[in-house]
Design a protein. Structure first.
Length: 133
């Protein structure tokens, strides 16, 4: 299928402070293993991180921005650390590269799905919304 932009007037452009979310977060089922709080923390850290994945947001700021208690923030951060998504050494957080599928995830090849197979984007966003809601 040939892809083309639907709205040229609203075509995204990469700003100087560009950040990204690796598609493998969904494709390799990382997101399936995370709580809504962990997903929110990960998205926030990805958004504010510099090119090396680093950010200095303090816990009180993170709790306020994400509407989390201190305990919820701790649990969310621990989940991200356990799954190899984030490293943390107070006060610094680092979003890490996704190198392999998380433990317990079913590899896409075992599901018979190749990396270049079409993906139902509506289903992907529905799952993200479900996890974040």
């Amino acid at each position: 299928m040939h892809k083309r932009p639907i709205s040229l007037a609203k075509l995204r452009r990469i700003p100087p402070q560009f950040s990204w979310v690796d598609q493998r977060l969904v494709r390799d089922h990382y997101i399936d293993q995370l709580s809504p709080q962990a997903c929110a923390l990960y998205l926030f850290l990805v958004t504010v991180a510099d090119a090396q994945g680093l950010s200095y947001y303090a816990d009180p700021s993170l709790c306020q921005r994400l509407s989390l208690t201190g305990t919820e923030l701790y649990q969310a951060r621990q989940a991200l650390i356990t799954r190899g998504l984030v490293a943390y050494q107070r006060p610094l957080s680092q979003v890490l590269a996704l190198d392999a599928a998380p433990s317990g995830a079913t590899p896409r090849t075992a599901l018979g799905v190749a990396d270049d197979d079409p993906v139902d984007i509506q289903a992907v966003f529905a799952r993200i919304w479900e996890v974040l809601s």
